[in-house]
Design a protein around this ligand. Structure first.
Ligand SMILES: *Cc1c(COP(=O)(O)O)cnc(C)c1O
Length: 409
């Protein structure tokens, strides 16, 4: 065990002895990348030719009018290749893997979005790719599994434990320990042992750097608030990094309120009183756990926010008071999704709709000429089953039933 990479009292590097060498190698590679002035340029070029960067900043005129102010500006991470900010991270790590001279990547995925992004990156870079996924999630996320396999990845259903994300993480770590020389573990968010939180935050900072330039260019002043949803925290830290030094800009992280904070059925670590500080999965942060350190079940309509831990960097900003944390409920989120579709012609991911829902809830506290910036982390096409179900679309239900019948026949 080694103690480094702390943010306040959070973070660290709680890893088994066998992985120390590969973490040291990764730390060194990342240090070199940060010092190399040509690296960021190569990264930016890659993202601008492969993933529509810089992503646009959209003025949401209709929503602004609907709420009679503030002025809503939306950072369009949904327009990235594969439909979300996740590609910013995996492509950056791909370049690091190339520099380290490795030829194989592995990842674990719950909802499948990070698996699809990683399989995409592996295809583009010519890496071998294995994705670990709990057996339960494999069944739940059939379309994503299909695409991962078509992109050339091997998807391994994990049959241990509860057969979900946590078990997939254990299996991926086992693989990494056995194949360190050739293999890199592509972590999907700003969590896990050092240097992952810093490295993922570094690549995602491209969101905030662009957004600040764009809003100054369009509006001529900084926003009064910046909103982003928080699962592990990568899209939030990505956009927040553009504004951390501007103390007049309030940063708001929005967690999954599920069925309401009082119901106990949520995934809110920093906005609720239900989480406590502990060490798990290689790092120290707030976890939703019981008094014995057993992880609690989390609930959210958005699979990407349904996680027990949260970035150690965000836990530190929480304690310093630099970021305010809120939670929005499934119901508020579905209403925000509906409104954004109707008013702006944008289908937000259910994760991203958490940030929108909080902005809408707080709009009445703001003045007509306040400017707010919302990070739209991803597009909602993937959520068609959940959204159709929640909005009670009868013809859709019939379509699914017919398909299910056809498949089982
Ligand atoms: C994965 C995902 C998230 C949650 O991850 P963070 O690391 O908190 O950003 C949010 N939005 C979308 C669209 C996602 O795919």
């Amino acid at each position: 065990m080694e103690r480094s990479g702390y943010h306040g009292r959070f973070g660290g590097m709680f890893i088994p002895e066998i992985l120390v060498a590969t973490f040291e190698e990764l730390k060194t590679a990342f240090e070199e990348v940060k010092k190399d002035p040509s690296f960021w340029k190569v990264y930016q070029d890659l993202m601008s030719t492969y993933s529509c960067r810089p992503t646009p900043l959209t003025y949401s005129e209709n929503l602004s009018r609907h709420f009679k102010g503030p002025h809503f500006y939306i950072k369009r991470e949904d327009l990235n290749h594969t439909g979300a900010h996740k590609l910013n991270n995996v492509m950056g790590q791909g370049l690091v893997v190339q520099r380290m001279g490795k030829s194989r990547v592995i990842a674990e995925t719950g909802a499948g979005q990070h698996g699809v992004a990683t399989a995409t990156m592996a295809a583009k870079f010519g890496f071998e790719c294995t994705i670990y996924m709990g057996e339960v999630d494999v069944a739940r996320q059939r379309p994503n599994v299909f695409w991962m396999e078509q992109l050339g990845a091997t998807v391994i259903p994990v049959k241990d434990g509860a057969r979900t994300l946590k078990d997939a993480i254990n299996e991926a770590l086992r693989d990494w320990a056995a194949n360190m020389d050739t293999t890199h573990y592509v972590l999907g968010t700003v969590c896990g042992p050092h240097p992952f939180p810093e490295m993922v935050a570094y690549f995602q900072s491209i969101i905030g750097t662009e957004a600040k330039e764009q809003i100054l260019d369009k509006v001529g002043r900084l926003p009064s608030r910046v909103y982003a949803c928080v699962g592990g925290g990568s899209n939030a830290l990505g956009i927040f990094q553009g504004f951390l030094d501007d103390s007049e800009v309030e940063l708001v992280g929005v967690e999954a309120g599920g069925e309401g904070l009082k119901s106990g059925k949520h995934a809110s670590r920093l906005a609720s009183e239900d989480a406590s500080v502990g060490v798990a999965q290689g790092y120290k942060t707030y976890f939703l756990q019981d008094d014995d350190g057993q992880m609690l079940e989390t609930h959210s309509v958005a699979a990407g926010l349904d996680y027990i831990g949260v970035s150690p960097i965000l836990s530190a900003y929480h304690e310093e008071g630099r970021v305010r944390f809120e939670a929005t409920t499934n119901e508020e989120v579905l209403e925000a999704t509906r409104l954004t579709m109707r008013k702006e012609g944008i289908i937000p991911a259910l994760e991203s709709a958490h940030a929108l829902a909080c902005t809408f809830r707080e709009a009445p506290q703001m003045s007509g000429d306040d400017v707010v910036l919302v990070n739209l982390s991803g597009r909602g096409d993937k959520d068609i089953f959940t959204i159709a179900d929640a909005l009670g679309d009868e013809s859709w239900k019939q379509f699914i039933a017919t398909k299910a019948e056809a498949y089982s026949a």
